[in-house]
Design a protein around this ligand. Structure first.
Ligand SMILES: Cc1cc2nc3c(=O)[nH]c(=O)nc-3n(C[C@H](O)[C@H](O)[C@H](O)COP(=O)(O)OP(=O)(O)OC[C@H]3O[C@@H](n4cnc5c(N)ncnc54)[C@H](O)[C@@H]3O)c2cc1C
Length: 385
């Protein structure tokens, strides 16, 4: 006899835990929920950042927040005053510990196994994990391994956001904790869009990340070399300790990810297309999606909500991906122009897919037009828009 659950979450990372967390904080609390993931989540394997003007469910575990960000180019520095937004950071380990504790206390079951198959039956779904079967009314599939995601469909662009980040400590307390650096473009571009991102956690401790948006990854040594060169030449540090390291590959693609993998199987998180194609940000989008799923379950009994961004946002993503894919060398100029000619709030609204059409047009009118027109024509010719 299979064990029966209302909701089975295949994969237990950010998306699954966020969804379960919002379920137990809603009228769905008390439903039988199972989370299956082979990873017990005992390591600080990632750091999530996002901007928001509103409270979010995980504000109690926000590690740091800043209301000013720097944008640093070769020939200018911008101080971006974010109000009414702020930029927040959540450490992976804090999120895992907090959600494990809260979800377990609410009766959510955790199973440390690898899901092999998900099979749809007439009125329920069977999930097999390491040979054991579990039945669920609804299954949410977020299984994802952070490996490069490349397909060969010529209709779409397949970029990756890849980076190496170090949490470093320096005795001389060189960091200004009142501001983080969103982009520092003072690193050789060599045909790809590359930048360094710095989050000062304290006067003596910061996370510094060397990030690249490109189709292919770099040899491992190149990230280390670029990061240590940056720390030495631009942060002026020769003597520091590396406390933690994180690296990743995040898909940046305009290929749609299917939401339904069966009548009663919904894909969520990265697998469900929640990563913003042109920025790689996903954490806050996952929170909004979780809230919409819970609302839909309560109102209609089905998790498939109709919340869709206006189609123009997909076109904006494709345009930017096309430029970065074909002309990575233009990336620094495109981002510099965007940030120099627009209030940061307008850029956030475009990336959050919630600006008005007029607001989005105002932003597009500030970009250097010819790379975007060329990219648009290319998309038209290949029937991508
Ligand atoms: C290092 C890193 C830093 C990031 N930083 C940011 C950031 O600052 N801001 C932001 O908005 N986004 C960021 N992202 C992007 C995105 O928010 C994260 O990837 C987020 O964790 C996505 O949630 P998810 O649930 O889709 O995937 P994950 O959190 O990766 O969860 C997927 C889970 O599936 C499990 N799994 C895989 N195979 C199986 C299987 N067969 N059976 C069961 N379980 C399985 C894995 O063990 C994993 O726990 C970052 C990503 C990474 C990798």
């Amino acid at each position: 006899m299979q064990q029966r659950y209302d909701y089975i979450l295949a994969g237990g990372g950010a998306a699954a835990r966020s969804l379960a967390y919002q379920m137990i904080s809603s009228p769905l609390s008390g439903r039988r929920i199972l989370i299956i993931d082979p990873d017990p989540k005992l390591n600080n394997d990632r750091t999530w950042c996002f901007w928001s003007a509103d409270p979010t469910p995980f504000d109690p575990i926000v590690h740091r927040r800043w209301s000013v960000l720097d944008f640093v180019a070769e020939d200018f520095v911008l101080q971006l005053d974010l109000a009414p937004y702020d930029y927040r950071v959540i450490r992976g380990i804090d999120f895992y510990n907090h959600t494990t504790r809260t979800l377990k206390a609410a009766g959510v079951h955790f199973l440390q196994r690898r899901v092999d198959t998900i099979e749809q039956h007439t009125d329920h779904t069977v999930v097999t994990a390491d040979g054991e079967a579990y039945a669920g009314d609804w299954v949410f599939d977020s299984r994802w391994d952070a490996v490069p995601y490349r397909r060969d469909n010529p209709r779409y662009h397949y970029l990756q956001q890849h980076f190496l980040g170090w949490v470093i400590r320096a005795d001389e307390a060189p960091f200004d904790t009142t501001r983080a650096t969103l982009f520092d473009l003072r690193t050789p571009q060599d045909g790809m869009f590359r930048f360094v991102y710095t989050l000062p956690f304290s006067a003596s401790e910061a996370m510094v990340e060397y990030t690249v948006f490109s189709a292919n990854l770099l040899p491992p040594q190149e990230y280390r070399q670029a990061l240590s060169t940056y720390i030495e030449s631009h942060l002026g540090l020769n003597d520091y300790r590396i406390l933690e390291e994180e690296s990743c590959v995040i898909p940046m693609t305009d290929e749609p990810f299917p939401r339904a993998a069966g009548e009663r199987v919904m894909c969520i998180g990265t697998r469900g297309g929640r990563v913003k194609a042109s920025s790689g940000y996903a954490f806050l989008r996952i929170q909004h999606d979780s809230a919409a799923i819970v609302r839909s379950l309560i109102e209609s009994g089905s998790p498939f909500h109709g919340r869709r961004p206006a189609p123009r946002y997909h076109t904006f993503d494709s345009l930017l991906l096309q430029i970065l894919y074909r002309h990575g060398d233009l990336g620094a100029r495109v981002f510099s122009n965007l940030f120099r000619r627009n209030p940061v709030q307008r850029i956030f609204r475009l990336l959050d897919e919630d600006g008005s059409l007029g607001d989005n047009i105002a932003l597009m009118s500030t970009v250097q037009w010819w790379p975007f027109v060329k990219a648009w024509l290319k998309l038209r010719l290949t029937h991508r828009v």
